[in-house]
Design a protein around this ligand. Structure first.
Ligand code: NAD
Length: 303
């Protein structure tokens, strides 16, 4: 019977630590941690994620500065907006919710965020720190995967890890974090040949391809550990369903095919998703402690 990597439970545990950290910090400093999540346009999936993030802020005592901006905002306007958030002393973390509408230059905008307030670790300086093994804010989703593996005592050092996907948001920082934890890492991507040959080599397989049910029984090694980062809303064509029942969530992995073969896997929902939100909170609280001159007490939660 495979071990389930329960991200929901771990996220709740970490949230409790963060809440207590904020409460004790507020005995010394006057302001709560602040997080600005910038959402551009009306992409429904982004709306759902931003909503989760704002609710999570409320739960633990992070002050949220929601920025819901119009779809046709110009580069100049958005750059200016980011500059203002950079200067706001009540804001410790800034996250630009991706994807952005196609007329906006994601890379330039991410570079405009103050690296010290970069809540998703995607500023080039912080990506450089990751490559060099230096401290700095890390991208939330791979950071969440690392925390999930650590909590479940999954051995990484010396193991063969395969990451499917090479995006800046997930795949690349994931591979770098695993390499920093002394795994031997292979990155597979959309142009890789013989995907299942590569993935079957993996003691630890992290899938972030954004393709529903890409990975099945023939892609995994027996007794390996599989982390499914993918998340997809599949519409259900049935009558009499309310709004929240009109779709189901699935990942990039056919869990029903692999669950009897592997040693452990992360479910969708309830695996990596909740951990991503929690690591965003952790990055924000860590930044707040730094900005307020408080002792950095939660570093052990961050990769
Ligand atoms: P992306 O589209 O930017 O990147 C996908 C990557 O997968 C690319 O590098 C591509 O080369 C690779 N790929 C695509 N098809 C492939 C194939 N057939 N074989 C091998 N590689 C293939 O996506 P992303 O932003 O990295 O996100 C990946 C998935 O993770 C999406 O489903 C996204 O919704 C999900 N996601 C989940 C969370 C979470 O919190 N759970 C956070 C971020 C992203």
């Amino acid at each position: 019977m495979a071990n389930i990597l329960d991200g929901k439970k771990l996220a709740q545990e970490i949230e409790l630590v963060l809440k207590q950290t904020i409460e004790s910090g507020l005995k010394v400093v006057k302001r709560s941690p602040g997080l600005a999540v910038i959402r551009v346009g009306n992409d429904p999936a982004s709306g759902v994620y931003v909503n989760y993030k704002e609710k999570a802020c409320d739960r633990i005592g992070v002050r949220s500065f929601p920025q819901h901006l119009k779809e046709d905002i110009s580069m100049e306007e958005l750059t200016e907006k980011i500059k203002i958030l950079n200067l706001n002393e009540n804001i410790d973390g800034i996250l630009l919710q991706l994807p952005l509408p196609s007329h906006l230059n994601e890379s330039l905008l991410l570079s405009g965020i103050n690296p010290d307030k970069d809540a998703d670790g995607l500023h080039p300086l912080n990506l450089g720190r990751l490559i060099k093994g230096e401290k700095g804010p890390r991208s939330c989703t791979p950071a969440g995967v690392m925390a999930l593996l650590k909590r479940n005592e999954i051995k990484i050092e010396g193991k063969r890890a395969v990451v499917v996907g090479r995006s800046i948001l997930v795949g690349k920082p994931m591979a770098l974090m695993l390499e920093a934890a002394n795994a031997t890492v292979t990155i597979a991507h959309s142009k890789s040949e013989d995907l299942n040959f590569l993935t079957r080599e993996a003691d630890l397989l992290v899938v972030a391809a954004g393709k529903p049910h890409l990975i099945g029984e023939n892609h995994v090694k027996e007794n390996s550990v599989v982390v499914d980062v993918g998340i997809h809303r599949i519409p259900l064509n049935e009558d009499n369903l309310n709004e929240s029942q009109k779709f189901k969530l699935c990942g990039d992995v056919k869990i029903f095919e692999i669950e009897d073969k592997v040693a452990a896997y992360s479910p969708v929902p309830g695996g990596v998703g909740p951990m991503t939100v929690t690591m965003l909170l952790a990055n924000t609280v860590d930044r707040w402690q730094k900005h307020c001159g408080l002792p950095l007490t939660i570093s052990h939660l961050l990769p």
